[in-house]
Design a protein. Structure first.
Length: 275
């Protein structure tokens, strides 16, 4: 991503809304063109600050940006894993080639005289001497082949898992766009459910489902989705912060329990009794 609002505000991704609002107000005061000596630079700086606040100050836009940021970080990690695997494989191949060259350099050439070839005893002895190094060589070759197969299987499994995880992240990004941009919550829920069927421990799908259910005022289901995500990723502070924020906002918006309202029939009956 070319524009990072967190870097503009110089805050971590886990910063809460109150912190972001305080930083925005401070930056707006410090960089206002009316008080800055360089008005052109201050105007450009204020444009960056307002653009960052437009993303971070809106809960839905911030959630969509965070999803895109996670997708980008996942792609960078995937490329780094592939690069490390290629380097390890090339290093192992160079070590194998170096070891084979050293063995060829240290093994003396075997010469046989015509007299030794004519002697049956010497011929049997020489065949036995040849057989032992040949067996050892075959064992070494088999061991090296098994090691190469093991390494290549790791590379193949990593290359298969990474595209699979990348496909799932793309589906989650699609679901996020369906919900945040198009307002199609039903389609977004179906995509998230498909992701969970493919990967039952997928955290971003549960996180997005919690946002959708919270928007539908299904707070208990939204909290349950966040609880499941926290169980899978207990070290994710952003998940815990979002759960606390959702629970706090839900408890503050709940209406206090009071006297139940009387129906029209009850009101009429009370008036008749007064007469």
């Amino acid at each position: 991503m070319s524009f990072d609002p967190y870097s503009v505000f110089d805050v971590p991704q886990s910063a809460n809304f109150e912190t972001l609002r305080a930083v925005y107000r401070r930056l707006a005061r410090e960089n206002h063109p009316d008080i800055a000596s360089d008005k052109l630079a201050a105007t450009a700086r204020m444009a960056q600050i307002n653009r960052a606040w437009a993303i971070l100050g809106d809960e839905n836009r911030r959630a969509a940006f965070d999803a895109e940021l996670r997708l980008q970080n996942h792609e960078i990690q995937r490329q780094e894993v592939q690069r490390q695997e290629v380097l390890r494989r090339e290093t192992a191949q160079r070590e194998i080639a170096r070891a084979q060259a050293n063995r060829r350099a240290t093994t003396p050439p075997q010469k046989m005289t015509r007299r030794a070839e004519k002697s049956p005893k010497n011929a049997a002895t020489s065949r036995g001497a040849k057989q032992k190094p040949s067996t050892r060589q075959k064992a070494r070759e088999a061991s090296g082949k098994m090691a190469r197969v093991h390494r290549e299987s790791k590379v193949l499994s990593a290359s298969h898992d990474s595209p699979r995880a990348l496909r799932l992240m793309r589906k989650i990004t699609l679901a996020s766009r369906l919900f945040h941009r198009d307002g199609n919550a039903g389609a977004a829920i179906e995509v998230c459910r498909a992701v969970l069927l493919a990967d039952g421990r997928n955290v971003p799908a549960r996180e997005l489902l919690s946002e959708i259910y919270a928007a539908q005022n299904r707070i208990e289901v939204a909290l349950m989705m966040l609880d499941q995500a926290i169980q899978i990723a207990p070290d994710d502070r952003l998940l815990r912060r979002r759960r606390e924020h959702l629970e706090l906002s839900h408890s503050s918006h709940q209406a206090p329990l009071g006297v139940p309202r009387r129906s029209l029939w009850q009101k009429l009956r009370a008036r008749l009794l007064k007469r």
